[in-house]
Each structure stands twice: as C-alpha cells, then as structure tokens.
Design a binder for this molecule. Structure first.
Ligand SMILES: Cc1cc2nc3c(=O)[nH]c(=O)nc-3n(C[C@H](O)[C@H](O)[C@H](O)COP(=O)(O)OP(=O)(O)OC[C@H]3O[C@@H](n4cnc5c(N)ncnc54)[C@H](O)[C@@H]3O)c2cc1C
Length: 388
C-alpha cells in the first residue's frame, strides 16, 4: 500500500460515501474524524439533485416525535456552527403562519395538539391574527390560523459547502462526475466501480437520495421500498405587494405554501407525485393549481408569465421516517436515505446519529434523551416478512 492508501492502483478508504447531497456531505464531515473518507458523486457538482431544489425551511412542526427531536437537535448547530463553517449565518428569521378555512379546523387542532407541548411559541388565532402577519391574505378565506415565530430559512448553499469544507480541510476527497455502477463485497471490503475507476472500502454509506434503492440492489442489499415523489416550485411576482418581512404561509392540510424569495414569492402546490428516480421537471398543471390556491387565499394576482420553476424528488419509505443503519443482508452497507421533506433541516442531527451508528457507537446523548433509538430508524424495520 502506498501513502495514498492505494493497493495496485485502487484507492482504499475506511468509508466510501455515495452521493454529495446534504446527506452524503454531512455524514462525510462527521466520519472524517474516524478514518479516511471518499465521496463519489455522479453529477458534476454537489447538491445538483434534491438538495439544490429545496424550499430551505427550518420548521419544528412534525406529526412524529422522533422527527421533531431530529429537527430540534439540529437547531444549535444551525444557529452557531463551528468557527469557519460559513461566512454568513445559516439561519434567517422568517416565521410560519398555518392557515385554515372553515372546513379545515380539525387539521389545525391536530397540528396544535401534536406540537404544542414542545414548541412553546405557538399562538392560535382567527383571521385578524392572520391579516396582521400577512396583509395580502383574504379575511373571508382564513377562518383560523396558527403562528410560530421560530420557523427559519436555511442557507442551503452555505450549509452544504460548510459540511464539504470541513470534510476537505480534514483530508476528505470528493470525486464529482463518478457514478457508481457496481458494488461487490469480498474479504471484508467493498469494491466500488464507477465509469472512471475502482475503489475499495470497508464500509459503504448509501446516501444516493432518490437512487438509494437502486444502489442497494447493486450491492445485493435488502430493499427499503423507497418512493421518490416530485415536488414543484415556482417563483412569481407579488404584484403591488412588498414581500419584505412576510412569513411563510402554509395551508394546514399542505395543499400549497408560499414564502418571500428575494423580493418575489416562492410558491409550491405541495405536490407528491410518485416517480422513478430522474432529473425531474415540474408539471404545468401542478403549477397552475398552486396559482389558483394562491389567488383564492390572497389578493395577489398572478398576471405575469412565471419566470422560473423547478422540481425535486422527495423520497419516502412506508412510514415516512429516514432510514439510518446497516443493511440486514449486505455486510458493511450502511443506509442514510428516505429523508423525505426534512433532509436539510435534520442534517446536523441525522449525520451525527448516522456517523455514530456507522462506527458502532451509541446514539448521541442529546438524541437519546429525546427518545431517538436506532431501531426506529433501522432499515431492518422495513423487511417484509412475507418476502424475506
Ligand atoms: C421542492 C422541495 C422542497 C423541500 N423543502 C425542504 C425544506 O424546506 N426543508 C428540508 O429540510 N428539506 C426540504 N426538502 C427535502 C430535502 O431537499 C431532501 O430531504 C434532501 O435534499 C435529500 O438529500 P439527499 O442528500 O438525500 O439527496 P440528494 O440531494 O438528491 O443527493 C443524492 C446524491 O446522490 C447522487 N447519486 C445518485 N446515484 C448515484 C450513483 N450511482 N453514484 C454516485 N452518486 C449518485 C445524486 O447525483 C445526488 O447528488 C425539499 C425538497 C424539495 C424537492
């Protein structure tokens, strides 16, 4: 072996991470403290797929206690990352207003029940509170609302490149433009083949986003039943309104949402269309539906052509929880997938948890004290007894 860890021209590392989205970048920044790490990314630059297409919200609202814990325990890192992590703050104040029509009051009550205990700064009110927070809303549309000032906007570019900066400065290597095409285990090592080269690693971390089940198949691992779902977004003008200081507004049943974006509005139909993994584009009908919702709920008229629109794939397993842990069948094959719509805001906590489990350490204390267990996120929970 030479001083680069090469055996017969094959680079050998302790941990090989597949995918340089937020999942791969964040876990690599943790694993680099415990050994040599290589990230292989199929595209020409990190964050090309779902990570670069997110709505960038930090929102401590979730129907599931483990997810709420992962978000809450990510906040300290996002509020004060390590020195030199980013040149600007990672979080910016925004606030979120959930709005409900008269036929949606049960949904509002459910959100309030699920989150009230843990998020002290949740205030409920009627259309008057909604109008105070968001003057473009129509009072006749909004019957009730829920206001949370603690929702923030995440600077995703700074977060992703902050993780990669730590990784690189600690000696980690990122190879862009190298798609993994085969995985083979022999003698306690994975041989990982791309179109360009071969690599060897004791542990492979599968953080390939929407492609994670496909990578699992290449490795002879279990399937996790991952379903990528398209979510679309467009940028529109708010017309005569000045959006400065507006919060995010979300329909309480997640039928649509919108928030300020560099003087304009970012609007989403909150679509969830199942798709094969791909470089996904929005559907015009979904965008038209979002505009209809916006015009019904507010006095904003969308008169100009939509300048910019995009879509990304949010990937879910059946119980909508992330999948973190070693595979049930393939030795040394570790899953970090299925983050759905929460992969950015949970990345600090989820990557600490994942790195601990990769090296066989216990769940970090802060997460354990919030009831996060390895079992609840393990891929083993997804084995279908009928098919195994
Ligand atoms: C419209 C939208 C809004 C969202 N809003 C939010 C939000 O407000 N807050 C939040 O927390 N989350 C949000 N999300 C979800 C969040 O973006 C995802 O959970 C997160 O980005 C997933 O990151 P990832 O690294 O798993 O996937 P990705 O970013 O897709 O990264 C996976 C990487 O693996 C690479 N890869 C795949 N196959 C291979 C291979 N064979 N070899 C090498 N590399 C490979 C891909 O090229 C890709 O770069 C949103 C998502 C969308 C689409």
């Amino acid at each position: 072996m030479d001083d680069q860890g090469r055996i017969s021209n094959v680079t050998t590392v302790d941990f090989l991470v597949i995918g340089a989205g937020i999942a791969g970048a964040s876990v690599a920044s943790e694993l680099i403290r415990h050994g040599s790490v290589l990230i292989l990314e199929a595209e020409d630059h990190p964050g090309y797929h779902t990570t670069g297409r997110s709505a960038s919200m930090f929102l401590e609202f979730h129907s599931n206690a483990t997810m709420r814990a992962l978000v809450r325990r990510s906040r300290p890192f996002l509020e004060s990352p390590p020195d030199g992590f980013a040149a600007q703050p990672l979080l910016n104040d925004l606030g979120v207003l959930f709005i409900a029509r008269a036929d949606q009051l049960n949904s509002l009550a459910r959100i309030m029940d699920e989150n009230y205990q843990e998020s002290a700064r949740v205030v409920s009110g009627d259309h008057r509170l909604a109008m105070r927070k968001h003057p473009a809303l129509r009072p006749e549309y909004v019957t009730a609302c829920l206001w949370n000032p603690d929702a923030m906007e995440i600077d995703i570019h700074a977060l992703l490149h902050g993780f990669l900066g730590i990784f690189r400065r600690s000696g980690g290597q990122l190879q862009n433009g190298e798609r993994v095409v085969s995985l083979h285990r022999d003698g306690g090592y994975w041989t990982v083949q791309t179109d360009e080269a071969s690599y060897r690693a004791a542990v492979v971390v599968n953080s390939a986003g929407a492609w994670a089940d496909q990578l699992g198949q290449l490795a002879g691992a279990q399937t996790i039943g991952l379903v990528p779902k398209r979510r679309s977004v467009c940028i529109i003008s708010a017309g005569r309104f000045d959006v400065t200081g507006w919060p995010m507004v979300g329909d309480v049943d997640e039928e649509f949402y919108f928030k300020p974006d560099a003087g304009n509005l970012l609007l989403s139909p909150a679509d969830e269309t199942p798709m094969e993994p791909c470089d996904v584009y929005p559907d015009d009908l979904d965008i038209a539906r979002a505009v209809e919702h916006l015009e019904a709920a507010t006095n904003i008229k969308v008169t100009r052509k939509i300048d910019r629109q995009w879509a990304g794939l949010r990937s879910f397993v059946e119980d909508k929880m992330p999948v973190v842990g070693y595979d049930a069948k393939a030795d040394g094959f570790f899953w970090l997938a299925g983050q759905g719509g929460d992969g950015i805001q949970t990345s600090p906590a989820l990557s600490r948890l994942a790195a601990a489990l990769v090296i066989d350490h216990p769940v970090p204390d802060d997460l354990a004290s919030d009831g996060v267990t390895p079992e609840v996120l393990s891929p083993k929970r997804l084995i279908n007894p009928k098919s195994s």
